[in-house]
Design a protein around this ligand. Structure first.
Ligand code: FAD
Length: 355
C-alpha cells in the first residue's frame, strides 16, 4: 500500500485550509500528502462568518462584508460600527472550489475515501474528525439558516443583525441572526445555545417562517438555500498522540463562548506550515488559556441563568465595538478584557466561579 509523508484526515474546512497553506508555501514540492475525505462531491454546505481581525487566504471567497451591525433585545437596539474589523461571510462552495483547483495541480497530493486504502504507519497525521462522546451535560450551539430571495428590494444590505433576542426563549438561549447579502437576498438563521437533549427546539422551519413573516413582516419570498449545524461548546475528546496533531473542531479551534472557529483554523494552518519541517517537536497551538478560562465561566453563567443571557450579551456591547470584537476574536489585551468583565453582572459571575 502507498505511503505518504503527511496525511490529513477530513477534507473539510481545517483539512483543506491546511493543505492549501502548505501548497502555496511550497511545502509539498518534495513531500507527499494524502487527504482522506469520504464525501463524494463538494458543494456549498456552510457559510463561515467572522470579524476579519487577521489576514487570511480567502478574500476572494467572501460573499459579503459589512461595517455596521445591530444587536437587540425586546424594545432595545444597539447600532454598532465595525469598519476596522469588517464582518465577512465566506461561501463554502467558493472555498472548496478554489482549494481543490489548486491542489489538483500538484501530483504529490492525492485524495482517498478511507484511511485503510493507504499505509499510514510512518506518516505524520493531521486529524480533523472530532471524537464527541454523548453527554447530556454538554452545551451546543445548534442552528438552521435559510437564504431567502425577495421580488422587490427589502433588506438594508449595509448593516447585519448579529443577535436578535426578541423571540421565544423556551427556558434556553435563543436568537435570530440576519445577514443581508443584497437588497433582495439574506441569510436568516435561528440559533440556540442549549444542551440539545431532545428535539423540542429543532422545529427550525416553523421558527424561521414565523420570524420572517411576523417579525420581519416579509410575506413574499422564496428559500434558495438551507444550512443546518451544531457546534460543540466543549472540547472534543481526541487524544494527543505521537506523530499526530488534531486540527479544526477536533483540535480545539472553536471559541467556546461564540462558536467562531474559521479564523482560528486559518491561524492554526499558518502555524503548522511555518513549523512543518520540525512539526513533531513543535509546541501545541491553542486558543489562549485566558479565553478558555473566561469562556468556561461564561458558559457556566449561561447554563444556570439562560433568562439573563439576552441582557448579558446586550450589556457586553456597551463597551466599544472594537473592544468587544477583539475580545470575541481572541485578540484583546488585558485592559480590553477588563472593560468587558466590568460590564458583566458581578454577583452572577462570581457565583459561577463556585458552581
Ligand atoms: C453549518 C455550519 C455553519 C458554521 N458557521 C460558522 C461561522 O459562521 N463562523 C465560524 O467561525 N464557524 C462556523 N462554523 C463552525 C466551524 O467553522 C465549522 O464547523 C468548520 O467547518 C470546522 O472545520 P473542521 O475542518 O473542523 O470540520 P469540517 O469542516 O466538518 O470537516 C471535517 C471533514 O471530515 C470529514 N469526515 C467525517 N468523518 C470522516 C472520517 N471518518 N474519515 C475522514 N474524514 C471524515 C467530513 O466529511 C468533513 O469534510 C459552522 C459550522 C457549521 C456546521
Amino acid at each position: 500500500m502507498k505511503e505518504f509523508d503527511y496525511i490529513i484526515i477530513g477534507g473539510g474546512c481545517a483539512g483543506l485550509s491546511l493543505a492549501y497553506e502548505l501548497e502555496i508555501n511550497e511545502k509539498l514540492k518534495r513531500k507527499t500528502l494524502a487527504i482522506i475525505e469520504p464525501r463524494t462531491e463538494y458543494k456549498k454546505d456552510k457559510t463561515w462568518s467572522f470579524w476579519k481581525v487577521v489576514t487570511h487566504n480567502f478574500d476572494d471567497c467572501v460573499k459579503k462584508s459589512w461595517e455596521n451591525f445591530t444587536i437587540n433585545i425586546p424594545k432595545k437596539t444597539h447600532h454598532l460600527e465595525c469598519a476596522s474589523y469588517p464582518y465577512q461571510s465566506i461561501d463554502s462552495g467558493l472555498f472548496y472550489e478554489k482549494i481543490n483547483n489548486k491542489l489538483k495541480e500538484n501530483k504529490n497530493i492525492s485524495f482517498f475515501k478511507d484511511i485503510n486504502e493507504i499505509n499510514s504507519k510512518n506518516s505524520f497525521i493531521f486529524n480533523s474528525v472530532p471524537l464527541i462522546k454523548k453527554d447530556y451535560r454538554n452545551l451546543w450551539q445548534h442552528f438552521c439558516g435559510v437564504e431567502i430571495e425577495t421580488q422587490n428590494n427589502f433588506f438594508d444590505d449595509k448593516i447585519f443583525n448579529l443577535m436578535d433576542f426578541d423571540c421565544d426563549q423556551r427556558e434556553s438561549v435563543h436568537f435570530f441572526y440576519t445577514l443581508p447579502y443584497s437588497k433582495t437576498k439574506a441569510l436568516v438563521e435561528t440559533t440556540w445555545l442549549s444542551k440539545m437533549n431532545d428535539n423540542s427546539q429543532k422545529d427550525y422551519d416553523g421558527q424561521i417562517k414565523n420570524y420572517i413573516e411576523n417579525h420581519l413582516n416579509l410575506k413574499d419570498y422564496k428559500i434558495i438555500y438551507k444550512e443546518e449545524g451544531a457546534i460543540p461548546l466543549f472540547y472534543p475528546t481526541n487524544e494527543i498522540e505521537k506523530n499526530k496533531i488534531n486540527i479544526g473542531t477536533a483540535g480545539g479551534m472553536t471559541r467556546l463562548s461564540t462558536g467562531y472557529t474559521f479564523l482560528n483554523i486559518q491561524e492554526h494552518s499558518k502555524y503548522i506550515c511555518k513549523n512543518i519541517e520540525n512539526i513533531s517537536k513543535t509546541r501545541k497551538f491553542e486558543i489562549d488559556k485566558k479565553y478558555q478560562f473566561l469562556d468556561d465561566i461564561f458558559l457556566r453563567v449561561l447554563e444556570k441563568n439562560p433568562k439573563k443571557m439576552p441582557d448579558i450579551f446586550f450589556k457586553m456591547f456597551k463597551s466599544s465595538p472594537k473592544t468587544v470584537i477583539k475580545f470575541l476574536s481572541n485578540k484583546s489585551n488585558f485592559f480590553e478584557d477588563l472593560s468587558i468583565i466590568l460590564k458583566m453582572p458581578k454577583i452572577t459571575f462570581i457565583k459561577a466561579l463556585f458552581y
